[in-house]
Ligand binder design. Structure first.
Ligand SMILES: Cc1cc2nc3c(=O)[nH]c(=O)nc-3n(C[C@H](O)[C@H](O)[C@H](O)COP(=O)(O)OP(=O)(O)OC[C@H]3O[C@@H](n4cnc5c(N)ncnc54)[C@H](O)[C@@H]3O)c2cc1C
Length: 472
């Protein structure tokens, strides 16, 4: 959960700062400190510096460096740990830096760090393009990209970091640098998966791809008593699936949709969330056999737009609830792993109004087969599926119940999971987990060396922290 820092009055905060400075008691302070993780609201930061531009970012970092003050960074505010708004901290808030440019000729998209995925999708789709990224439109491009970035296009075009061409970054001592394949390549290696450990990124440059505008997408909803059978058949069925098929499996309580029998509402169901971005004429061949894996209660898969498809999960992602998130990579969707996930549905401590979802994302294709594991910090070696459990509730007294449940599930999944993982889709699980999450000790030590080169005093420590160190 959110870390704290020693209180600091910040009475000497630089007067040349052009954006908005917010302290406890200021009118906009509470709105500014609201992030996706509701638990972060328990204790507010000491000062939020809402940067107008990259010069503002440099001003705050020079100030923090001069006073040896650790600094937190807020992009889109979706980080499950709440590290973007730690109690008592100095926060660089990038949410006002929201410019996006799309060059339809070169298919290069540039986004500032306050941009959200829905905004990037909308801008790129004006030119029939999309940047492979995540599945909920309010997620920030910044944190998502720095951790890796997975979603419905990953099988076709790879992770977000596989499509990252360059970053502009402000160093902790306030210099502007560029990181790409030729300029500061070691930094660029680390920024692609190593999170916000090395500096504050003020611009991301991506390769976009032609997608849509029309796609075939939606949900196939199966009764829970068919879940084990459908999941058991899924891997064999998908062995020859085209890369244009994006698939996320969700086990969650059924929404009160009129097309579902009333007695199913609010009880667990299995949902195959399908997004097919290939030739529309072949969509039925790909999607209908998925429906035939069982007897769905509802088949909501239909022709729609990419923007609609890539925001259909927004409905189950409300902002500001208390939450936890656990997950990891699976080398296979084995019967034993399926059993563990399904058994834990019965013990979710959910009360009315709470939300839980156990998700399993289908990997393979470009994200797995076209990637060189050592080409960047982000790891995906051996990952065929990603499991993830997300719980949301409002009552603080439910924290321990949900955390215990998530820990029990994580421990039960451990024998079936890989030691590497996707850092963005789980809460920070501590030092040992951080050593393994990037895939090997060699990669971890390399990240520690890059950290030592760019942030030797670990001022950027409110994150899945990589401690500075020397290789060897
Ligand atoms: C509802 C929901 C759905 C999600 N869906 C997906 C998904 O489909 N695919 C996926 O890949 N991930 C997904 N995620 C995870 C998401 O990628 C991470 O939560 C990510 O950290 C969000 O980035 P942010 O900028 O919104 O968050 P923030 O909380 O603002 O940032 C997270 C961390 O990133 C660092 N950071 C942010 N901006 C910068 C910057 N400009 N420079 C340096 N460091 C920075 C900071 O350390 C910060 O604490 C989802 C998360 C949620 C809550």
């Amino acid at each position: 959960m959110s870390a704290s820092t020693e209180p600091h009055s910040h009475s000497d905060f630089p007067t040349g700062f052009r954006g908005t400075v917010l302290r406890p008691g200021d009118d906009q302070y509470d709105a500014a400190r609201a992030v996706y993780q509701g638990r972060a609201a328990d204790k507010g930061p000491a000062l939020i510096a809402q940067c107008a531009d990259e010069e503002d970012v440099a001003t705050v970092l020079r100030y923090a460096s001069a006073h040896d003050i650790p600094v937190a960074v807020r992009g889109g505010g979706h980080g499950s740990d709440g590290y973007a708004m730690p109690g008592g901290a100095l926060v660089i808030d990038l949410s006002a830096m929201r410019a996006i440019t799309v060059d339809p000729k070169t298919r290069v998209v540039r986004a500032q760090p306050g941009v959200k995925l829905g905004e990037m999708d909308a801008a790129a789709q004006q030119h029939g393009l999309a940047v492979p990224a995540g599945t909920v439109s309010s997620t920030g491009v910044a944190g998502l990209t720095l951790g890796g970035g997975i979603g419905f296009l990953m099988r076709r075009h790879g992770a977000t970091v596989d499509n990252l061409l360059a970053c502009d970054m402000i160093t902790v001592d306030g210099r502007k640098v560029r990181a790409d394949a030729t300029e500061n390549p070691e930094l660029f290696w680390a920024l692609r998966g190593g999170g916000g450990n090395f500096g504050v990124v003020t611009s991301f440059e991506y390769r976009a791809h032609p997608v849509g505008p029309d796609v075939v997408a939606g949900q196939l909803i199966f009764p829970f008593d068919q879940a084990a059978d459908v999941l058991g058949k899924l891997s064999a069925h998908l062995a020859t699936a085209p890369r244009e098929l994006g698939l996320l499996v969700a086990i969650a309580d059924a929404p009160p949709l009129p097309m579902l029998p009333e007695d199913v509402h609010g009880t667990p169901v299995l949902i195959l969330v399908v997004v097919y971005t290939g030739d529309l004429a072949t969509a039925d061949e790909v999607v209908q056999p998925l429906a035939a894996l069982g007897r769905p209660l509802a088949d909501l898969v239909t022709k729609t737009t990419w923007v609609q498809a890539n925001s259909m999960l927004d409905a189950v992602a409300p902002y500001g609830m208390r939450m936890n998130l656990r997950g990891g990579y699976l080398p296979a969707l084995s019967g034993d792993a399926i059993d563990v996930l399904l058994e834990h549905v019965a013990t979710v401590p959910a009360k009315p109004g709470d939300i839980y979802s156990i998700n399993i994302s289908f990997m393979g294709g470009a994200i797995s087969e076209d990637a060189d594991e050592d080409a960047m910090a982000f790891s995906r070696a051996g990952a065929a599926w990603l499991w993830e459990a997300i719980c949301k509730w409002d009552a603080p007294e439910a924290d321990a119940r949900y955390d215990d449940w998530a820990t029990t599930l994580t421990e039960a999944m451990q024998p079936h999971a890989l030691t590497n993982g996707y850092a963005n889709l789980t809460d920070d699980l501590g030092e040992e987990w951080r050593r393994g999450v990037h895939g090997s000790d060699a990669k971890h030590q390399r990240l520690r060396s890059v950290k030592a080169a760019w942030d030797p005093r670990n001022l950027l420590r409110f994150n899945k922290n990589i401690t500075p160190g020397t290789a060897g």
